[in-house]
Design a protein around this ligand. Structure first.
Ligand code: AGP
Length: 609
């Protein structure tokens, strides 16, 4: 986590760095800092605990044209001012995203050489280590950084400023994202694209173990042995407005509304209703290879895991391929049973989740074909997986994943249909009908959004609850998990997602009149079963909120509140019930006055283990 930025050019460096950091606050926001060279080339460091706005309030007017900045999500040491970045040693200031795993041994040895540590962070060793090599061999900052990085184990995206080198910034990356923004007589360093979009849409993606010397009129990229690397420049097709709130009070609400469009984008150019198929130009798997897949292993974390669980139901139900789903964090330390005929699918909106990346590397070492489903072009996973499908949801800033989740679901539907066709498990007629139903989903989502007042009313009615349950069956069980995750993440209400049939095996003991139960109950082959589960909790005095089809005339008899979704093919209902649970979580958090886009203790992309 954490966001880093750097700037060199002709603008006011303070405001560029502050603006850029604000766009990265989703990566962490417990403390922040800047290091700048003032008009006389003297290094000045400002840092504080709290959000960027607090840092902004302590900054003096400063004629700086070069600087680096950081917004932190604490891993080592409390979120306080001393632990905030930049960390300084002699003339060197460093900002860092990642974890230095061997920092304790490095710290001990640096202390024995006389370096004095002031913080509890792992990053401070980088500052002292770079300074140590610089003092030994003054003159070339890049060489000192290269020598220091040769000693560290762990992950980093870092940027270094030195008053000995007032015309350059050096940055490097390993396992943490880093991009360069290119301008006219100015250049930028950042963890992610929104940070620089106000100034330029020309970017270079830094690869692992690359280092860059950034000057006002040039960027030179090297590997860690100092060999020059040729880098391609990319133009970002979306603008700053796409990454801004556009009049919504929160990014999360904006992103929930954008789902109508993001579903369109995910579908665009991929449906062939007449032929009854789906095309994925980017997929390097032919019909025979798809027929030879014996097992699918899906790896993901958090919300992406919930998408993966729906994937399991769909792959097994429609293609007959045995499918398992694992958390990246568990998979990487298990002894996975993988063979070259296992297809490993990694789902990660950011493409940077450390546990998911490590699991993909593990799978690659078994000779498996890997396929990543991600939202971020140029993310680490897009370079490591053998196949990549982009969800095309557009930039997602709210920490709670919404439109990226629904686009992951849409990609899974399309992939499953494509596999089912290749394995002759679905006929063209059935596929054609399903695809035309899929095309109607954005319209159905709009209907749900139009009805959001009802969801808001329901959210306020139960907003003071201490506990919440979400129950679902079959393909709506993953949505029960997602509803519970969304609610706990942004409203801080304890919430559990359960397969409805499991309630009686323990959790029923927790059901009482104070516990609302959200039952996701569109009509399908498990409808009668979930009605029985609703009766079970009703007879223990719970309040039940049903998410049901708009033409369901029966369910209202058994529940306290009915939130409806337009009628669609049962198999597609998760795409609609998702929107209801997202809005329920959003309005509950709003009622409770929570920090919706930046919930406590969390960050948008979890780039540490
Ligand atoms: C979702 O609302 C969460 N913020 C979180 O669970 C997230 O889905 C998880 O960290 C995985 O992220 P990824 O999709 O970027 O890999």
């Amino acid at each position: 986590m954490c966001g880093i930025v750097g700037y060199i050019g002709e603008r006011d460096a303070v405001s560029v760095l502050i603006e850029s950091l604000k766009k990265l606050e989703y990566r962490g926001y417990d403390s922040a800092g800047l290091a700048l060279l003032d008009g006389k080339g003297k290094s000045c460091v400002f840092k504080t605990e709290g959000e960027i706005s607090r840092l902004e309030s302590i900054l003096p007017e400063l004629p700086a044209r070069i600087g680096i900045g950081h917004t932190r999500w604490a891993t080592h040491g409390k979120p306080n001012t001393i632990n905030a970045h930049p960390h300084v040693s002699g003339s060197i200031s460093v900002v860092h995203n990642g974890i230095i795993e061997n920092y304790l041994e490095l710290k001990e040895s640096l202390e024995s050489e006389g370096f004095v540590f002031v913080s509890d962070t792992d990053t401070e060793v980088l500052a002292h280590l770079i300074n140590k090599y610089y003092l030994k061999n003054p003159g070339d900052l890049a060489i000192a950084i290269r020598s220091a990085l040769g000693e560290v184990r762990g992950s980093y995206a870092l940027s270094v400023l030195s008053e000995e080198h007032p015309h350059e910034l050096i940055a490097a990356r390993k396992d943490s994202p880093l991009i360069l923004g290119l301008g006219e007589h100015e250049n930028f360093i950042a963890s992610d694209i929104p940070a620089i979009l106000k100034y330029t849409n020309r970017v270079i993606y830094m690869e692992n173990l690359e280092m860059v010397r950034v000057k006002r009129d040039s960027v030179q990229v090297f590997d860690l042995d100092g060999n020059p690397r040729f880098k391609e420049e990319h133009i970002i097709p979306w603008n700053l407005e796409a990454a801004e709130k556009a009049g919504y009070p929160h990014f999360m609400l904006k992103e929930i509304h954008e789902q109508t469009n993001s579903i369109h984008e995910t579908l665009a150019g991929r449906l062939q209703e007449l032929e009854g198929d789906v095309i994925f130009d980017e997929l390097d798997l032919d019909k025979e290879q798809i027929q030879n897949i014996h097992r699918i292993e899906i790896i993901a974390c958090g919300t992406s895991f919930n998408a993966g669980l729906l994937g399991k139901y769909l792959f097994e139900g429609l293609t007959g391929i045995h499918t398992d789903v694992d958390n990246g964090s568990e998979f990487r330390y298990s002894n996975p049973v993988l063979t070259p005929s296992t297809l490993v699918i990694a789902i990660t909106q950011s493409g940077e989740t450390a546990d998911t990346l490590a699991a993909v590397r593990e799978a690659t070492s078994y000779g498996c074909t890997t396929l990543a489903i991600t939202n971020v072009v140029g993310s680490t996973i897009s370079r490591e997986a053998s196949n990549i499908i982009y969800t095309r949801a557009g930039p997602e800033i709210g920490v709670a994943a919404t439109k990226s989740f629904i686009s992951q679901l849409v990609v899974l539907y399309l992939l499953v249909i494509h596999f089912a066709r290749a394995r002759s498990m679905m006929d063209a007629d059935r596929v054609g009908k399903l695809l035309s139903e899929l095309r109607k989903i954005p319209g159905h989502v709009s209907r749900i959004l139009e009805d959001k007042e009802n969801i808001q009313k329901c959210a306020s009615r139960f907003a003071e609850s201490k506990d919440y349950f979400f129950i679902g069956r079959n393909i709506n069980y993953p949505i029960a998990l997602e509803g519970a995750l969304k609610l706990k993440e942004i409203s801080y209400i304890h919430a559990e997602g359960y397969a409805a049939g499991e309630l009686k095996h323990g959790p029923l003991a927790l059901i009482s009149e104070d516990v609302p139960v959200v039952a996701i109950a569109p009509q399908g082959h498990t409808y009668d079963k979930i009605l029985s589960n609703i009766k079970e909790v009703k007879s223990r005095d719970a309040s039940v909120i049903a998410i049901a089809d708009s033409d369901d005339g029966e369910i209202a008899k058994y529940v306290d509140v009915v939130l409806t979704v337009p009628k669609t093919d049962f198999i597609l209902t998760p795409l609609l019930t998702t929107v209801v649970v997202q809005l329920l979580a959003y309005y509950t958090a709003l009622e409770r006055n929570c920090s919706i886009d930046k919930p406590r203790n969390l960050a948008k992309s979890v780039t540490v283990e």
